[in-house]
Ligand binder design. Structure first.
Ligand code: CA2
Length: 145
């Protein structure tokens, strides 16, 4: 059976493609997740794409992933820079984790330069636009082979 990957998206990423296209591009999250599904299929993976504006809901999905997913792709949105709780949840997940940021957080405001999630992530992709999700899946396929 194909290995399942959870693609988790944090706050405001539901607005993708609807505002600030100069930073986040013109695709909607639905577009991004549909393409990721195709990429995953070609890699022998399946994806479950999820988005929440609530920290606790994201943490619940990370807990669920402990039993249901082989790996996690996570764009924690602004929780990247604030959430020890998401870091702790990821630390309780045994599989590989790739952190994705659509924008290059290191080229932006100083408060975006630090990521709690990077303390756990096996790889970090930033500034590759929404293609970063596809790159993350490719890396997970390698790590899970
Ligand atoms: O670059 C990324 O992917 C971020 O994780 C996006 C977060 C930001 O807080 C991080 O520093 C970097 C913000 C997501 C907001 O997404 C929007 C998309 C379109 C319109 C408005 C917000």
């Amino acid at each position: 059976m194909d290995k399942q990957i959870y693609i988790l998206n944090g706050p405001n990423l539901n607005l993708l493609g609807r505002r600030q296209p100069e930073i986040y591009g013109g695709e909607t999250l639905e577009d991004v997740l549909a393409r990721a599904g195709g990429v995953a299929k070609a890699l022998g993976l399946t994806v479950r794409g999820l988005q929440s504006n609530h920290e606790g809901e994201l943490i619940g999905w990370i807990h669920e992933a402990r039993d249901k997913a082989a790996g996690i792709v996570i764009n924690p949105g602004a929780f990247t820079h604030t959430s020890v709780a998401i870091l702790d949840a990821l630390n309780a997940f045994d599989g590989p984790v790739i952190e994705v940021h659509i924008s290059n957080i290191h080229k932006r405001e100083a408060f975006r330069h630090h990521s709690y999630v990077s303390l756990r992530a096996d790889g970090v992709i930033a500034g590759c636009g929404t293609e970063g999700y596809d790159l993350a899946l490719r890396r997970l396929a390698t790590l899970l082979a």
